[in-house]
Design a protein around this ligand. Sequence first.
Ligand code: ADP
Ligand code: ASP
Ligand code: MG
Length: 445
Amino acid sequence: MGIKVSKFGGSSLADAAQFQKVKQILLSDGDRRIVVPSAPGKRSAADTKVTDLLYECNRLAGQGKDITPAFEKIRERYHGIAQELGLSVDLDAHLDEVKKNICLGAGADYAASRGEYLNGILLADYLGWDFIDAKDGIFFDEEGHLDSDKTNSVLGALLRGHEYAVVPGFYGCDSHGNVKTFSRGGSDISGAIVARAIDADVYENWTDVSGCLMADPRIVRNPVPIRYVTYRELRELSYMGASVLHEDAIFPVRIAGIPTNIRNTNKPEEPGTIIGYEAEDHESKYMITGIAGHKDFAIIAVEKAMMNAELGFGRRVLQALEEEGVSFEHMPSGIDTMSVVVHESAIEGKKERLIQRIHELCSPDSVEIHSGLALIATVGRGMVRSKGTSARLFNALMKAGINVRLIDQGSSELNIIVGVDNLDFENAVRAIYRAFVINETENRW
Ligand code: ADP
Ligand code: ASP
Ligand code: MG
């Protein structure tokens, strides 16, 4: 018998009806023996995620305010699910304990993690499966990074002791024994860690879309789902903004050679996206695999005649950034120019100092910071082999009247990144999608 680790996102577990779908999915395949739930997410666009309500309770507690009205909303969410499903678990005992600890100052990580913890308790009761607290199996080191070795051995042993188990997502245990969460959306990471620890055959990631789509569905209407994508391609797409899977969820399963399958809880009959290692056997009818991007980057443009002949110039520019604690995203460069792309938020309040420091360290002819840049990555393992990819891309942007402010073709040859004005972002994504997906389909049929 194989093992599938199934992670369900917040919208997949937002209410009792969603819990019923999850149970059906789990019971329909005997290999699905370990489930990693998120906290209840939004039931509608106007709804609030339980995780956000918990952060709010923690904020109020920190200000010495009464958290009762905010906490009652959380209580209602869980009671609604438990009552409709006829569960007998003593929810109030758990909820009262969580409320007490938040008021005593247990902190933001503890508070936020309880969304997954409580949902895990409900789901375990509903399924009749064992509950494993993630705090007993997922560990962070002193620097706050995942301690992979310890996690693998302890969690692996723990999981092997249970035939069917629920492991809540999003948190683990820090080096002092306290609860620590991953960054937002981190249940995806927990699922990948659990899959690796038990050496699963597949890591299933169940969400509210039918896989990773060729573009963000909030920008392009009904984008085509990607049937197969390599981990390297997905890393580029998720790093650049394809938020369907947390970018850090890729590493544990990639190292272990475990494929990930992104599926839709509301349409379980659809195959979703497979993310795997090798691509040879998976031809796509499109020249590209997907498009992703986001707004709010800035370019630090440094110019100096004969820069290329000056030893250590680039290092000194980056030293200025390092001194200010700014990490950079890209560095497309010319002969006498160097452009460093950073997140706008990373240089907030530091621009003057950065410019001054680059002057001191590098004596450039000029340093300028240009804001309001959006980056868009067009990604595809097939791009290297196809002629005319760049021509098609730039033609599409030109026809849409979009000015390209930056071009960066990564050395991986997996992607072409363009920078456009924030205001042009959505139109640029649509123009690229039209050129590579819609026109491609029209040409063929
Ligand atoms: P979950 O709560 O299940 O973890 P998320 O909200 O984190 O789900 O991720 C799913 C969402 O990601 C989709 O509803 C969609 O709006 C968004 N998304 C952004 N880019 C893409 C993409 N390229 N493919 C699929 N979904 C995407
Ligand atoms: N519940 C957490 C969040 O909202 C983690 C997750 O959903 O993956 O960020
Ligand atoms: Mg998510």
